[in-house]
Design a protein around this ligand. Structure first.
Ligand SMILES: NC(=O)C1=CN([C@@H]2O[C@H](COP(=O)(O)OP(=O)(O)OC[C@H]3O[C@@H](n4cnc5c(N)ncnc54)[C@H](OP(=O)(O)O)[C@@H]3O)[C@@H](O)[C@H]2O)[C@@H](O)CC1
Ligand SMILES: Nc1ncnc2c1ncn2[C@@H]1O[C@H](COP(=O)(O)OP(=O)(O)O)[C@@H](O)[C@H]1O
Ligand SMILES: [K+]
Length: 478
């Protein structure tokens, strides 16, 4: 499990550790890790041209001490000081002792243009708002240059706690972060600015209560239902799919295609697209009698391609089993009925649907995903999975939010969300909690998207076909 903590928690842990260590020891640990990452990226340190962008806080101090280490190994290191009178004094002295030089901000753009490596130590967890005006031309020069850009702790200008980006920010190829991931490194849009992320252990001890957690293969493998020797289809769980319409029969087929690969023992389909479903998946149990009279299920999925028929949504919400509400179902669901439910409910909007539910613009949701997913979970008293390049899953009672980034932008294809809804519904029927089903399902779905696409466009049905391969990869079998 990868975790991310708030700035406040990091500061507290830092204080505790600093009280036990000699002065400056923590910064030396950070600088050593940073210098090692820079050296790995450069390949050959001796003779390379390194430019440090140095702000007025400890983030700049990290950059200066790391620069001193690189200078001792033969790099030509120049520090560009944004506020010379406030640059970290110890770091500056160390750089000078090691043979590095110092330049004023005015010379920065030219230096950046000719560098092999730019180290962004403008601002870290002490940052407020986007980059200040004096730093913007340097960030832009770094973007234009052919130099590799390494961000210290965070790309300067992104919000550490939320992943929001207000105005200009540094775009890094690599971010070297200290002690723990920060939420902004795992949530778009900030995540995209961070490039790949390397975590340096500086000995911080962090409490329970991470802001975010990201499942890894081993975590998902532990969650996935595997039939016991004496299992039968009913013990594995039956998932009901109430989806599709005369206009959108394909949504029903795709939701069923995901559900069949999700671990339930049987898939029951209810709705007007039974013929299309049976033609593609003869193993489906089909009924046109409405959810209430369709027979028992252990979880329902309602909404994909449902059109304007609110009846099945209301029937499903009245059932005392876990329910996943997606697509048209989100619009058709009575919020009061969702809030009154005692069995788990999982809502799975994309940013546009979340925006409609919250009464804000799509851009607002995309710019502040963490706030949006928490707000929806609170308003509806339900778990919420907010789809996108970094999918977030919030539980109904707040707490740690799960983030998934296994996906690929090739998944931005019509119907791939329908596949996800069936897959997650199946995991719910197999007995996973709403948050576990949502996050494990998003993980598998993202991986399946990667396997199916492999660098080329794919349709949603290809993603469904790749789900078994994703399961095998996660479980380390086959
Ligand atoms: N925590 C840990 O465990 C460890 C932390 N370590 C390191 O310390 C870093 C935190 O250092 P920090 O607290 O000195 O703050 P920092 O990020 O340098 O920024 C403050 C300065 O930036 C300025 N500034 C603010 N906003 C700005 C903006 N938008 N654009 C431009 N400038 C802006 C602000 O200026 P002011 O408002 O005062 O004018 C202030 O002077 C942390 O990220 C990590 O690298 C490691 O060394 C060891 C372990
Ligand atoms: N840029 C992206 N990167 C990764 N995954 C994405 C991206 N865009 C969309 N996805 C994923 O693709 C799926 C699209 O779902 P959705 O928007 O509901 O599509 P549809 O309604 O056509 O089925 C979601 O699982 C979402 O997380
Ligand atoms: K930085």
């Amino acid at each position: 499990m990868r975790t991310a903590y708030s700035v406040e928690t990091v500061r507290t842990a830092e204080r505790v550790l600093m009280a036990r260590l000699p002065e400056g020891a923590l910064m030396q640990r950070a600088a050593a890790g940073l210098a090692a990452a820079c050296a790995d990226l450069l390949g050959r340190v001796y003779g390379s041209r390194v430019v440090l962008l140095v702000g007025s806080g400890d983030n700049g101090g990290d950059a200066l001490y790391a620069g001193a280490r690189l200078a001792r190994r033969g790099a030509g290191v120049t520090a560009v000081l944004l506020t010379p009178e406030r640059a970290h004094a110890g770091g500056l002295a160390a750089l000078r002792r090691a043979g590095g030089s110092v330049a004023a901000a005015g010379a920065g753009e030219g230096l950046v243009a000719g560098a092999d490596l730019v180290v962004d130590g403008i601002v870290g967890i002490g940052g407020k708002g986007g980059l200040r005006a004096e730093a913007v031309p340097l960030a832009e020069a770094a973007r234009r240059s052919r130099a590799a850009v390494v961000a210290v702790d965070l790309p300067s200008g992104v919000d550490a706690d939320t992943g929001q980006v207000h105005g200009a920010a540094v775009r890094a190829d690599l971010t070297v972060t200290f002690g723990t991931h920060k939420p902004g490194l795992l949530i778009d849009p900030a995540r995209e600015y961070a490039g790949s992320v390397r975590l340096v252990d500086i000995g911080l001890e962090l409490p329970d209560g991470a802001v975010l957690e990201a499942l890894q293969h081993a975590d998902v493998a532990r969650l996935l239902p595997v039939p016991a020797v004496e299992s039968d289809k009913y013990r594995r769980g039956v998932v009901g799919i109430a989806a599709g319409s005369a206009r959108y029969p394909g949504a029903a087929v795709l939701a069923v295609s995901g559900a069949l690969r999700g671990g339930a023992g049987a898939v029951r389909y209810v709705g007007p697209a039974g013929d299309a479903v049976i033609a593609r998946f003869p193993e489906t149990l089909v009924s046109d009698r409405g959810p209430k009279r369709a027979g028992r299920v252990q979880a329902w999925v309602v909404g994909p391609g449902a059109g304007d028929d609110a009846g099945p949504v209301a029937e499903v919400l009245a059932a005392d089993v876990p329910v996943l509400v997606d697509a048209d179902g989100l619009r058709l669901a009575d919020p009061g009925a969702v809030r009154r439910r005692t069995a788990p409910t999982l809502m799975t909007p994309h940013a546009g649907e979340a925006a409609a539910l919250l009464g804000v613009s799509r851009e607002e949701v995309e710019g502040a995903r963490l706030a949006a997913v928490r707000e929806l979970a609170g308003r509806y008293g339900a778990a919420v999975l907010l789809k996108g390049s970094t999918t977030l899953v919030a539980g109904r009672d707040g707490g740690t939010v799960r983030v998934n980034a296994t996906g690929t932008s090739w998944l931005a294809t019509a119907g791939s969300g329908d596949v996800l809804s069936g897959l997650v519904g199946s995991l719910l029927a197999a007995g996973l909690s709403a948050v576990d089903a949502g996050s494990a399902g998003a993980y598998l779905h993202g991986l399946a998207g990667r396997f199916a696409a492999d660098g080329a466009p794919v349709g949603a049905h290809d993603v469904a076909d790749a789900i078994p391969g994703a399961w095998r990869d996660v479980r380390g079998v086959g």
